[in-house]
Design a protein around this ligand. Structure first.
Ligand SMILES: Nc1nc2c(ncn2[C@@H]2O[C@H](COP(=O)(O)OP(=O)(O)OP(=O)(O)O)[C@@H](O)[C@H]2O)c(=O)[nH]1
Ligand SMILES: [Mg+2]
Length: 344
């Protein structure tokens, strides 16, 4: 859609409701912790799985489905930071992984999140094998991964880069959330556990945000759905995908304020909307919210985007919000991988 056609955005689409079968698999300790975070938050509609070489992490996890990776190879003792062990362990358990990730069959659209912290051996080594299994099942695959804090040292950072590269080669899209980035808003004296918890919230939000776009079956608003997501993700394969969220409580321009904050949180200081090839914006709003205010917020995005960008937006009604209260979430995709920013 060209940027001159803002009014086209308000055309109502006619289609059957989506029936999306979504799964999230946490790989390695960090991955399992993020899945547990989502479960504790009561995330619905996404089947949760954990896979690890480490029995302790599997035993501790709340996930209903657990996969012991490379039972023969690692005997449940982890990979000790060895990417090759992580990879081989996943290959050993390949059939089990593929079975656990199987979708619901004909008529369902499949979405798989592959979630991990990179810097160890299991997440970094096994994720690409997990992504391959999901893809063989015909699923859209989205990686959501953390990069190590700087305090974890250079070795972990190197391992993380290798893991990320391997995952990118198998996934339709990978969203990178550097643990460090989540600290930029934190108190200086924050401890290690609290730092991880903050990072987990950011990673869990990425899953929730994309899940909410893919899974929402809300015909009360202007909707975007799995097909829009799939189109954008596939168009931007091999490029960088970023996400962000913003909120505003009051004012006739609260949609613009929330959307601007969401875009700034996604892009950081170094990236420009003009270099993206796709933008998806989604607003959660009160049923009485002014569509003109949404249109004006979207005009800002159209004006800042390049002519060939796909700019899509949707709304979803939330009765619990006050009349001018609004949450905006964005997925901005299509940046070259070598663009400088904090996200890997
Ligand atoms: N956000 C977040 N990151 C984590 C968490 N735990 C670990 N990480 C990150 O993930 C990286 C990899 O650590 P683990 O997940 O423990 O490693 P693993 O994948 O289990 O690999 P091995 O233990 O070496 O087999 C670390 O360097 C951390 O940066 C967590 O709970 N939350
Ligand atoms: Mg581990």
């Amino acid at each position: 859609m060209s940027k001159s056609n803002v009014s086209d955005l308000f055309m109502v689409k006619e289609s059957e409701p989506n029936v999306v079968s979504a799964k999230a698999i946490g790989v390695g300790d960090g991955g399992a912790n993020i899945i547990d975070y989502l479960l504790r938050e009561g995330q619905k509609g996404i089947d949760m799985i954990v896979a690890d070489t480490d029995d302790r992490s599997l035993d501790a996890s709340l996930a209903p489905t657990k996969i012991r990776l490379g039972e023969k190879l690692t005997r449940g003792r982890g990979s000790n930071g060895d990417l090759e062990i992580g990879r081989q362990a996943a290959e050993e358990s390949y059939d089990q992984i593929k079975e656990a990730l199987k979708g619901k069959g004909k008529g369902f659209l499949d979405l798989t999140f592959i979630v991990a912290g990179f810097g160890g051996g299991t997440g970094g080594g096994a994720c690409s094998v997990v992504a391959r299994a999901a893809k063989e099942n015909g699923s859209l695959t989205i990686g959501v991964c953390a990069m190590p804090f700087s305090f974890e040292g250079a070795k972990r950072s190197e391992l993380a880069k290798k893991g990320l590269e391997a995952l990118r080669s198998e996934c339709d899209s990978v969203i990178v959330i550097p643990n460090e980035k989540t600290l930029s808003t934190a108190d200086k004296n924050i401890g290690r556990d609290e730092s991880f918890a903050m990072a987990n919230a950011a990673l869990a939000n990425a899953v929730k945000l994309i899940g909410s776009i893919a899974l929402v079956d809300d015909k009360t608003g202007i909707y975007i759905d799995f097909f829009d997501l799939e189109y954008v993700i596939k168009r931007c394969k091999g490029k960088k995908t970023l996400i962000g969220a913003g909120y505003s409580e009051e004012g006739s321009d609260s949609a613009s304020v929330a959307l601007k904050a969401a875009i700034e949180s996604a892009l950081g200081d170094n990236l420009n909307l003009n270099d993206a090839t796709s933008v998806i914006a989604r607003f959660q709003l009160n049923p009485s919210y002014s569509l003109m205010a949404i249109q004006s917020a979207m005009r800002m995005v159209f004006d800042a985007s390049n002519e060939d960008s796909d700019v899509l937006f949707g709304t979803s009604i939330d009765d619990s919000l006050k009349p001018e209260e609004i949450c905006a979430t964005v997925i901005v995709a299509g940046f070259p991988l070598d663009e400088p920013d904090a996200a890997g």
